[in-house]
Every structure is written in C-alpha cells, then in structure tokens.
Design a protein around this ligand. Structure first.
Ligand code: SAH
Ligand code: SF4
Length: 380
C-alpha cells in the first residue's frame, strides 16, 4: 500500500500549507496543480519546471493516486460509467454524459448513503463511508483525462464542462471533504469551472445549505419529490428532521449567495405516488410567491426490489403542463445511459450482495450476478 501523500487531496490552500511545512515556496502549489489537474500528469519527473530537489522530494513522499477502475461501461448514447474501487469491498460510480453543448460528469460523494430515500438504489444499500476529497477529485481527474484522450481534444481543451454532485451519496453529509474538492473544481489553476457549472444536489440538509452559501456557493439542486410534508416524510426520511418550511427557507437564504438566480428542484416521478394533478396543484400552491425556481421532473428509474413504478409519459407531461401553465419553468430530464444502469438513482446496484443489502449494509463486490436481475426488472 502506498503511504505517500496523495496530492489529489489538496485544494490550493492545503497544498501551499503542506509544501510550506517542508520549506517549499507557495508558487510551487500553482505549478503542481497545473501539472496534475490541467495536464493530467502523475509522474513528478515529467514536471520539468519544478526544481530538481523538489521533484526528488515529491518522488519520495508524494503521489498522484487515482482510484482503481473495476469496470468501464459504455452506453449506446455515448454515456460512460466507471465503477471505482474504494476499498473494503466498496465501490462508487461516476457517469460521463456527453451533450451537444456540454459534457457533464456526475460524481459520487459517499460509498452508499444513509438517507434511505425509498426510490433510490444507493439509499437501499445503506451507508458504508464518506469519500475523502482525494476520492471525489480522483473521479473527475480520471474522467477528464480519459475522455480528453479518447475524444482526441486539442491540448488544453477540457473534456468536462459541468460537474454535478448527483452520484452516490448525500454530498452535504460529507461536507468536510466536499468543500476542498469543490474548490479544486473551481480553481483557475486546476479545472477552472465556473460556479454555475458545478452543482451540488441535496436531499435537504438544512444547516449545511447555509454553510455552503458561506463557504463555496455553487449551483444548488434540491431533491424535493413531494409537495407536502406527509408524503415527503415517506419518500425522503430526512424531511422528518428538516421539514419543507425549513428547507424552503434555507433555499431562499441560499439564493442571496447563489451563482444562479433560481433554485432547481428535482422531482422524481413515481407512478400513482406523487405524480397526479392534485400533487401538481399542491406544488404550485406551496411555491406561490416564494422565490424563483425551476422544476426538473425525473422519470423514476426502477431497480430491483423498489416496489415503485415509473410514471407513464402522459402523466409526466400532464404534470409538467400544469406547472408551465402556472408560469413555472419545468423540464423533464432525459434518461441517459439506462442500458448500462447509469441513470439517476441506479448507481451502485451492481456492487451488492443481496443478502446483506436487506440488512442495510454495503458489502463485497458481487458484480456478476446482480446485473441480469437489474436488467430484467427494468424491462418488466
Ligand atoms: N443525495 C443527493 C444527490 C444524489 S441523488 C440527492 O438526493 O439530491 C441525485 C438525484 O437522483 C436526486 O434528485 C435523487 O432524488 C434522484 N434519484 C434517486 N433515485 C432515483 C431513481 N431511482 N430514479 C430517478 N431519480 C432518482
Ligand atoms: Fe441518498 Fe440522494 Fe439516494 Fe436519497 S436520493 S438515498 S439522499 S443518494
């Protein structure tokens, strides 16, 4: 096992501090970040503008360590999904989603998730552990430089234009690791993404929404999924702790700091559960006179044992029309990569041993036998 310090764990302030402890100058941090995050170089010997003694010192005590890739899957629509080993039988996934005007990477923040939302396969597997900043950034580092090579992009042109923290896990439950990772995404000496192009999606961890506003206000998406507390309590158990009134108040406070002048609400369309005209009316009523928001309707992506069904397209369309008629911007999310189980809420299905999933724990990787079952369920 490599005991060297993984440079992927540092934001710029952290790197300056770490270099400073050994007497190295602060500007070296910028140089190192360029090599690592802008050029994808992991070999210190190749970092030709670093002084030789510094290179030798890094060689001894540091590394740029990606995560082992357990699998790479490609969808017919160009979506790519990687399964990364994070040790102890746990794995996390990242999904690259190419579109005409942007390429988005969906990044995981935890192995599993403790929030237990009833419609989410990550929630169904339980919580294993928080990812470290280096493990969050390793997903971006790997995807960026793999796709750059693959797409044959000219030197310096980026493959990934947008990052969404919508993979496995609740990012605001892993706040300490999230913030340095976000800072590297935004840093002009690293990925240089604008705040509008980095989105944190949360099920509604109210106090952390306020902290994010103060520490690193990027675009915010909130997983709403229900227009009243009774239903949201069932779908998103965290609602029992932070009910709608508190959540919406936090969103309104966030807007004062946000890089966009609206909040996105995600709403997963579950057949016969939250997708009727009555719920659309309640949602319109709930939000009347509050603040600018957009509604992103996500057709539910089934997974084995969920007991839930995707809303039929007509019901989704009718729901969207009611919002639009009320003057709300509503979109229906296109399902991408569902032939490789890369769609929202399907992540991590393949790393579970079913017997222990029932016990609510993440367990050893058992990729081969889970996949056919997942496919059957979807086509059912
Ligand atoms: N934990 C965060 C981010 C990860 S989930 C959150 O909940 O916001 C990313 C999005 O996928 C969320 O909006 C989530 O509600 C949605 N999602 C989860 N399971 C889904 C499923 N089975 N089908 C469709 N969307 C799902
Ligand atoms: Fe966790 Fe988000 Fe899934 Fe809920 S929807 S269980 S918060 S990953």
């Amino acid at each position: 096992m490599n005991r060297a310090v993984n440079l992927l764990q540092f934001d710029k302030a952290g790197l300056v501090e770490w270099l400073g402890l050994a007497g190295h100058k602060a500007f070296r941090a910028r140089q190192l970040m360029h090599w690592v995050h802008q050029r994808g170089v992991a070999d210190f010997e190749a970092m030709t503008d670093l002084a030789r003694p510094l290179r030798a010192w890094l060689e001894q005590g540091a590394c740029v360590q990606a995560l082992p890739v357990l699998s790479e899957q490609r969808s017919r629509d160009g979506t790519v999904k990687w399964l990364f080993d994070v040790g102890a039988g746990n794995a996390v996934e990242s999904v690259f989603i190419p579109e005409v005007s942007r390429n988005t990477l969906c990044v995981s923040s935890q192995a599993g998730c403790a929030m237990a939302c009833s419609f989410c396969s990550t929630g169904a597997q339980g919580f294993a552990r928080n990812l470290e900043s280096s493990e969050i950034l390793a997903q971006l580092w790997w995807a960026e430089f793999t796709m750059r090579r693959e797409l044959g992009l000219p030197k310096g042109e980026r493959a990934i234009s947008n990052v969404v923290m919508m993979g496995m896990g609740e990012p605001l439950q892993n706040y300490g690791a999230l913030i340095p990772a976000l800072r590297v995404m935004l840093d002009d000496d690293a990925y240089g993404l604008s705040r509008r192009r980095v989105t944190v999606s949360t099920s509604g961890v109210v106090p952390m929404i306020d902290r994010l506003a103060a520490d690193c206000p990027v675009a915010l998406a909130v997983s709403l999924h229900a227009p009243n507390d009774a239903l949201r309590d069932q779908l998103v158990p965290l609602n029992r702790k932070y009910p709608l009134a508190e959540l919406l108040a936090a969103c309104e406070r966030y807007l004062a700091h946000a890089p966009r002048d609206f909040i996105t609400f995600e709403y997963c369309m579950l057949d016969g559960v939250n997708d009727g005209p009555e719920q659309a009316r309640q949602l319109i009523e709930l939000m009347r006179g509050r603040f600018p928001w957009k509604c992103n309707l996500i057709p539910f992506n089934p997974f084995p044992g969920s007991g839930l069904r995707r809303s039929p397209p007509q019901r989704v369309a009718a729901f969207a029309s009611m919002l639009i008629e009320a003057g709300i911007v509503a979109t229906v999310r296109k399902t991408r990569g569902d032939d490789i189980d890369a769609a929202c809420g399907q992540l991590a299905g393949e790393v579970l041993d079913r017997t222990t999933r029932r016990a609510g724990r993440v367990v050893a990787i058992a990729a081969s036998d889970a996949a056919p079952a997942a496919n059957q369920e979807r086509s059912a």
